[in-house]
Every structure is written in C-alpha cells, then in structure tokens.
Design a protein around this ligand. Sequence first.
Ligand code: URA
Length: 435
Amino acid sequence: MTYRMTELIATKREGKALTQEQLFWIIDSYTDDELPDYQMSSFLMAVLFQGMDDVELGCWTDAMLSSGVVLDLSGSPLPKVGKHSTGGVGDKTSMALAPLVAACGVAVPKISGRGLGHSGGTLDKLESIPGFTTELDLGRFTRQLEDIGIVLASQSEELVPADRRIYSLRDATGTVPSLPLIASSIMSKKLAEDLDALVLDVKVGSGAFTKDVEEARFLAATMVSIGRSYGTPVVVLLTSMDQPLGVEVGNANEVAESIAVLRGEGPADIVELTMALGVEMLVAAGIGDAEQAGGLLEAALASGAALEKFGELIAAQGGDPAVLDDPTLLPAAPQTTDITSPLAGTIARCDALTIGRAAVRLGAGRETKEDEIDHGVGITLHAKVGDEVSAGAPLATVRYRDADHLAASLEILDSAWGFSAEPQEPVPVILGEVR
Ligand code: URA
C-alpha cells in the first residue's frame, strides 16, 4: 500500500491517530530514502505538537526497531544489561559506567547517540579520542562483546537505521522534546541490543527534555511499558538536570572527566550517579543485592579494573588508550578565557540549558545536520549551586578556537549563574525511580 505523505502529515497535524500500516509506511519510506527530509520534519513537528496514543507509539517503535536487525548476542556467556539516558548537559555517565559495570562481569552492548539539541552525545564525546570509531558492523559488534564484554557504537544501516536518520533530523529541526519521539528513539535502540535487562536515566530539569518530575515519570512509565511488551525488564532512575553534571561540558573535556571518575577522582555528583546506575545494572543482571553490587563496583574502581576495561574498549574500537594516562593527547582548542563572578554570594543557579546552548555555540554541538563538531572546545565549571564565591572569582573557564564562536557563547553564558545572599541547599542527584 502506498500513501500520500501530505495526507498523513495533515492527519497528524489535526490530532488524529494513524494506523499501524501508515506508521510502518512512513518509517520504511524514510529509511529507504523515498521520503524527503522536509516531509519527515513536518511530520515530526506534527507529532511534537499532537503526540501519539499508546497504540501509535507501540507501532512507531516497532517500525523503527524493524528498520534494522535485532542483535543476536546469545554467544555472550554474561548477562547483558543496557543503559541509556534521555540526555542532558555534562552527562558523560555512560563513558565511565559502561566499563565499570563490564569490569564486574556484566556485558554492556550499547548503541549510543550523538548530541541532540543542547545536550551532548556519547558518540561525539568518544570520537574525541584519537582513532576511536563508533561505526561497527554487526560481526565486529558481536565479536567485541564476546571478547571484552563492552561495545559503545552508533546506529548503522543494519542497526536501527530509522533512528540514525530521524535522530539527526530531529537535532536540526527543533523536534527533539517530544515524549513519543524520545521514547521510541531510545527503546528502538535498546530493544535492538538483545538485552536481559535495561536501566534508564530519565533526566529532569532545565537541561533535560522533561522539565518536571511528573513529565519525567510519565516518560519513564511509557518506556517501562514498552520494555515489558517485549519481555525486557526496565528500571528507571529520575535524576536532576537543573545544573550540568560534573564540571566539564564539551566533548574532549567530558572524556577527560570520565577518566577522572574511573581513577576515583571524579566530582561527587557524577560519581554518585555512576554508582547508583551501576548498582541497578548489577542487580538487574542478577549479581547480588544492592549492597553486594556497591561493593563490587567500589572494588572495580579501586583495583583499576574499570579503568583497564575502558582501555580495552578504546583499543578494540581503534582508539589510542594512551589517553588514559595522558589526557593531553585529547584535542584541545588553543585558547581559554575565564568568566568571573560579578559579585560575592552563594551560587543559587548554574543553568544547564544555558550552559548547554553556550557549548553548542562554541562548536561542541551541531546547528545543522552537516555541521562538523569541534571536539576540542568546552566549558569547565568552577562554581555550582551552593558554592560561595567572592567578586571576581572564576565561575568557569571557556576553551575556544576563535573569537566569533567565543563571543556568541559568552553572550549566552552571561545569564547562566544566579546569586543569593543566603546559603543554598545542594541539588539532589537522584529524584526518584520507576520500575
Ligand atoms: N536519547 C535518544 O537516544 N533519543 C532521544 O530522543 C533522546 C535521548
């Protein structure tokens, strides 16, 4: 059956539901390059405004999953547990968490994403490592998982090609913050990973795509329910994204901070989140209770096994593991400037969305589908919520390549911090859970 895309766009624009056949036709036609980007963008915008009902979302997710193959990882003797985040600013958790969990005897076959809107992407960050490739064919993906128990790769023409295309289109067309589009994008990738269980991190706050806990809870419950319908147990942590996670924002900056986490030197918030997600992953894998899981994770950090596993991952995917000992091998833009505090007080706001947008303007993210990102630019935060600062104290260091990008970024950063004369409560990292 062939449809007229203009009619399907109009149906969705008017808030009516599409049939399973129509939704599969859209995904298949777009994946086969038979639908132009402009029609797909228009359809995605209609979904953003009108949503999808549960039946449509199930069909759309299934169509995305069926656009490629589901991995067969039955050759891996280890339990396979996936992880994904809905995305935020400075959210580099996967880069330390996946090797940490893999070092504890759980296989982590991870299809990650690129930067989306103001939020960074694991693939872009990993590609800061000289030589590192995220483009693996199915054979290499499967062998690597059997050999070292960890893969961090991209969608491909074989694995969720529909998400590969739609993801980059959404990034450039303002169609990211739609709950059905987020849920289907994440779950189609995770269901292709042949998992025994899945742990999700749904972000909440200014730098997240879900701004309040109720909306995040709804998205979480939607993904738990999609997982259940495929027989994959899903656990979700709802976590704070009002301010960036850790202190580094930008691709190479975030790789360096992930290495610090694996060395036991990471900032408290990212370490807390990494351990909490790690405990959930180990428990979901059937490796003991929460206390035992926590002990295993601590031991893998302390012994250096987790850092070593990151090195194995980097080497397996063509990168230079020497970055682990010498992060100066990572790309770094040549110039830096400090942003200083205009007054004395306590930091009451360090806004994730603003800082994420400023990082994109520096070149750390894309404005169009074709943009090359600059791995070497970024922002290092020196003051976050609850910190006391004096007038003139540094709030952040901006690493930049040229004056135009810097000027655009500084203009945005101007409003990132808020000050108070009163002491401020530190921002909690974990806000809730959905199972
Ligand atoms: N991560 C994804 O993979 N997709 C989204 O839409 C958002 C976050």
